[in-house]
Design a protein around this ligand. Structure first.
Ligand code: ADP
Ligand code: MG
Length: 400
C-alpha cells in the first residue's frame, strides 16, 4: 500500500522553527516568542458533556505552535502553513461571524479578552502558525490554536499563567470558538489543552467543572493507544448534534430533572420513559457516565488492559443507542478488535473523524494492517494512525 500509515508527531522545536521561519518571511523581523498547545483525544465519555457528565480526555504529543509579536495598534495579522488564506484586519471590527475563516479562532481570543476587560484596545498581534495536529479529524486542532495563542497573549502582557490564570484563558478560548467561530462546543477541548499533565488523563466533571488528573501508563501495561483517523469525508451533521441535545432536553423535562447527571437510579428512569427513542438516547448517556467512572478507577489502580471492554461497550452504545457512528468508524473498530485490540471505540462527536484502539504492543502492526486492509476492501478512505501518549498542556517555548 502506498499511503504512509503513521502521522509523525514531529518534535515541538522543529514545529516552532518552522513557525518562526514563516513569521520572518511574512512579517519581517523576529517574533517575540513561540508558544505551543496540544491536540487531544477523549479516552471515554462521549456525548455526555452537555448532560453534565464525566469525560476523560488527554493531551496529545501532536501540537500547534504559534510565533507571536505584539503590535501597538488594533491590527491582527495572521498566517498559517495549513492554508494560503492570510487574514489582516482590525480587532475592533471582530464580531460573531467576522472574520469567517480560520482567523476567527485567533481573533476571537482577543475579542473575548477585550470583552472581559483583560486587555485593552490599542494592542494587536502578528502571528504565524505551524501545527502537527490533523485539522478537522476530531483531535481538536481548533482548541490547540486558540490555547497556544491565548497563552502567548497572556505571557506577552505579563498576566498570570498559573492554574487560575489558565481558567480565565480557557473561558476566553471557549467564547472565541462559540461566539466568533460559531461552533457550539463545550469546554472539554480547551480545558484539557490548558490543564493536562504528562502521563495523565484529565477527569473533567462537566456539571461542577472540577478536574482531577488520572494516571495513564500504557507502556507499563505493554500496550499502546492508537488513534485511527478515518479520513472520512466531511458530512453535514449539525442537525444531528442539535437533535441529540434536544432529545435529551425533552427527556429531562419528562423526568423532571435539570440534567441527566442528576439521575441516580438508571433502571427506574428508563422504565418510566415513554418513547423508545428516548430510552435509547438516555440509556447511552447514563451508561456512558458510569463507564467513565469505572475507567478512571481502573486506571488509578494501574489496570490499563482491563479498560478495553469498557471502551468497546462505549462504542456499541454510541453506535446502537445514540446512533452517531458511521461506516468508517464501525469498520475501524471492528477491524481493530478482530486483529487483537483490547478495546476500541469511536471518539469525538461521530459521523466520521477518529476512532481509538487500545492494543497490546505485539498486535500493533497487525491492527494497523487489518484496519487498512478492511477499509480498502470496503472502498472506504484509507485511515491514518497516530500514537496517543498523554502529554503536557499549553506552554511557552521561547520568549525574547
Ligand atoms: P478539530 O478541532 O476537530 O480539528 P474543527 O472543525 O473544530 O476541527 O476545527 C478546525 C478548524 O480550526 C480549521 O478548519 C481551521 O479553521 C482551524 N485551524 C485549526 N488548526 C489550524 C492551523 N494549524 N492553521 C489554521 N487554521 C487552523
Ligand atoms: Mg474543534
Amino acid at each position: 500500500m502506498t499511503t504512509q500509515p503513521w502521522v509523525a508527531p514531529i518534535g515541538v522545536h522543529t514545529l516552532a522553527d518552522r513557525a518562526e521561519v514563516l513569521f520572518h518571511s511574512t512579517f519581517g523581523g523576529a517574533a517575540d516568542g513561540v508558544w505551543a498547545a496540544p491536540g487531544r483525544v477523549n479516552l471515554i465519555g462521549e456525548h455526555v458533556d452537555y448532560a453534565g457528565g464525566l469525560v476523560l480526555p488527554f493531551a496529545l504529543s501532536y501540537v500547534t505552535t504559534v510565533a507571536v509579536r505584539a503590535r501597538d495598534d488594533d491590527q491582527l495579522h495572521c498566517v498559517s502553513t495549513h492554508t494560503d488564506e492570510q487574514w489582516r484586519g482590525n480587532l475592533s471590527e471582530v464580531a460573531p461571524g467576522h472574520p469567517d475563516g480560520w482567523a476567527a479562532y485567533v481573533a476571537g481570543v482577543v475579542w473575548a479578552m477585550r470583552n472581559s476587560g483583560t486587555i485593552s484596545a490599542g494592542m494587536g498581534f502578528d502571528l504565524a502558525v505551524h501545527s502537527s495536529v490533523p485539522v478537522g479529524s476530531g483531535l481538536s486542532s481548533s482548541a490547540a490554536l486558540e490555547c497556544a495563542f491565548a497563552l502567548a497573549v497572556a505571557d506577552l502582557l505579563g498576566h498570570p499563567t498559573d492554574s487560575d490564570g489558565r481558567l480565565r484563558l480557557i473561558d476566553a478560548c471557549i467564547r472565541a470558538e462559540n461566539e466568533i467561530a460559531g461552533s457550539p462546543t463545550g469546554g472539554m477541548d480547551q480545558t484539557v489543552a490548558m490543564l493536562a499533565q504528562p502521563g495523565h488523563a484529565l477527569l473533567l466533571d462537566c456539571r461542577s467543572a472540577d478536574t482531577r488528573p488520572v494516571p495513564v501508563d500504557f507502556e507499563s501495561a505493554n500496550g499502546r493507544l492508537l488513534i485511527i483517523d478515518t479520513n472520512a469525508p466531511h458530512r453535514l451533521v449539525d442537525g444531528q448534534y442539535g437533535e441529540r441535545r434536544a432529545a435529551l432536553e425533552v427527556a429531562c423535562a419528562e423526568l423532571g430533572v435539570e440534567t441527566l447527571r442528576d439521575i441516580d437510579d438508571a433502571d427506574a428512569v428508563l422504565g418510566s420513559l415513554t418513547a423508545p427513542e428516548s430510552v435509547k438516547r438516555v440509556r447511552h448517556v447514563l451508561t456512558e457516565i458510569k463507564r467513565v467512572g469505572e475507567v478512571a478507577e481502573l486506571l488509578t489502580l494501574g489496570r490499563v488492559a482491563d479498560i478495553g471492554t469498557l471502551l468497546t461497550s462505549s462504542h456499541l452504545s454510541l453506535r446502537d443507542d445514540y446512533e452517531v457512528s458511521s461506516v468508517e468508524l464501525d469498520n475501524a473498530v471492528d477491524a481493530a478488535l478482530e486483529a487483537g485490540a483490547w478495546g476500541a471505540r469511536m471518539t469525538g462527536g461521530g459521523f466520521g473523524g477518529s476512532a481509538l484502539a487500545l492494543v497490546p504492543d505485539d498486535r500493533v502492526e497487525a491492527v494497523v494492517e487489518h484496519v487498512m486492509h478492511t477499509a480498502a476492501q470496503a472502498s472506504l478512505p484509507i485511515p491514518q494512525f497516530l500514537a496517543a501518549e498523554p502529554s503536557r498542556s499549553a506552554h511557552r517555548l521561547s520568549l525574547r
